[in-house]
Write a protein that binds this ligand. Structure first.
Ligand code: AVJ
Ligand code: FE
Length: 440
């Protein structure tokens, strides 16, 4: 539809497309062609694969599907189909060289701007509220975060630079008690929410306690110092088998530095800071820490109630701080900084219950296997999330310092294998509450 709202939506889409593309360009221009084409880890694609895949998805969904236009290139669809090409095999493919990939992205984007000028935001689900454009913005930003993780795995001198995150400005308690009762999980109304965030539904939870902040390096180092990695009793059977097989003894990228620890962040070694959230741990490590601490990981529903439920109104909000989009004061998002902020650095981002840093900093592992909310329907394609439902994947929530604000909400759901830790993953703990503990 035309009118003021249609124009405002067009402008917003153009801004979001441009922000995503600026980030993609940065991540792929700070390294040379050899570096773009190389595989830095068998877990990751060469950066030049992500680059052209971003353009190919934009062509498939916007140019061809929404726009009904002629293909830009139909000879490369198979090369950039993530399901046909496993990551470890991607470097051997006849990929577009960097200059060709960039030209392809530019051609596709020109056609998308042309389409955006004329598209009618009708009731058709793919275009209502600009959904397909929002999906493609989020897709590019998700691959940008993946490319950022590839940069973290890359060896060689630093090429990415950013100011450090803010210092703490408030002191934070250990945990928050959440009263028993129902809340609304998921959404029907967030226009760019993806299929797995829908529909909104009521969930009833017993009372529980949840950590007021993510588990820090200092807390995690105490687990290590207490022999956490050598005591089988803290680990689940598959977690212990994985720990032994991979000889895990600390988070990924950590090394001993006298009595302390250092870790490598984007090509620089830094002393591990005790008050920063721990990052680069797998689900099994998170679970073992929680057992050692006498706690457990939160369920996904517990995480979302702590993040969204407002006890005053009974409503669930879009973000811990309310319904407004994130600003720099709310959360460490958008790759503005290259590591998590110390606990207490985002008082404006606190939830009504008093839980801090739920959004940004580190993706938080939950105990929940990835599945559909009750009433789930795949949209617009089963391969976005439905094909991953089942016991193989665990849900992560909240986004990291490397997540863009367009791809992060109180309802946003990420997932990965429980052994993965090249992502920007951390966690917080929860525990059951005894009846006499509830309302002191
Ligand atoms: C939601 C981050 C698990 O990267 O595999 C990118 C996002 N889906 N292209 C992923 C995605 C298709 C997805 N995660
Ligand atoms: Fe993708």
């Amino acid at each position: 539809s035309g009118g003021v709202d249609g124009e405002r939506l067009r402008d917003r889409i153009a801004v979001e497309l441009a922000r995503a593309r600026a980030r993609t360009s940065l991540l792929t221009e700070v390294v040379d062609d050899a570096d773009l084409t190389r595989q830095h880890s068998p877990l990751m694609s060469p950066l030049v694969w992500d680059l052209a895949h971003v353009g190919n998805q934009e062509e498939l969904w916007l140019v061809r599907d929404v726009g009904g236009r002629e293909p830009v290139r139909c000879d490369i669809d198979e090369l950039y189909d993530a399901f046909r090409q496993p990551r470890r095999d991607r470097p051997a493919l006849p990929l577009l060289p960097p200059a060709e990939a960039r030209a392809y992205l530019a051609t596709v984007r020109d056609k998308v701007h042309d389409l955006l000028d004329s598209v009618a935001f009708t009731e058709r689900p793919l275009v209502a509220d600009g959904f397909a454009f929002g999906m493609i913005v989020q897709h590019e930003q998700q691959h940008d975060e993946t490319m950022l993780a590839t940069h973290q795995l890359r060896s060689g001198p630093a090429v990415l630079h950013a100011p450090p995150p803010p210092e703490p400005s408030v002191r934070i308690g250990a945990e928050v008690l959440v009263p028993a009762g129902e809340f609304t999980m998921g959404t029907d109304t967030d226009p760019w929410a993806l299929d797995n965030e829908r529909p909104a539904h009521r969930v009833d939870l017993p009372a529980y306690a949840i950590d007021a902040a993510p588990v820090t390096n200092g807390q995690y180092a105490a687990f290590i110092a207490d022999g956490g990695y050598s005591e089988q009793r803290w680990w689940s059977p598959p977690g212990w088998a994985h720990r032994v097989r991979e000889q895990l003894s600390a988070p990924m990228h950590w090394r001993r530095d006298g009595d302390d620890w250092s870790y490598r962040r984007f090509g620089r070694w830094a002393r591990v800071r005790a008050d920063e959230p721990v990052v680069h741990v797998c689900w099994y490590e998170a679970q073992a820490y929680a057992a050692w601490a006498g706690k457990r990981l939160p369920t996904e529903a517990e995480w979302e109630k702590a993040a969204r439920w407002d006890p005053t109104t009974g409503r669930s909000r879009r973000y811990p701080w309310g319904d407004d989009d994130p600003t720099e004061a709310h959360a460490n998002l958008d790759q503005r900084h290259l590591w998590p902020a110390p606990v207490g650095a985002y008082p404006a981002g606190v939830s009504p219950l008093g839980v801090h840093q739920l959004i940004g900093d580190v993706w938080e592992w939950t105990s929940t296997a990835f599945g559909g909310h009750p009433g789930f329907t795949a949209f617009p394609y089963r391969e976005y999330s439905e094909v991953f439902f089942g016991d193989d994947y665990r849900v992560l929530r909240g986004g990291s310092f490397g997540t863009d604000r367009s791809a992060c909400r109180g309802t946003f759901r990420n997932w990965d294998y429980p052994i993965r830790r090249q992502i920007f993953s951390g966690f917080r703990c929860a525990r059951d509450v005894r009846p006499d503990e509830s309302y002191r």
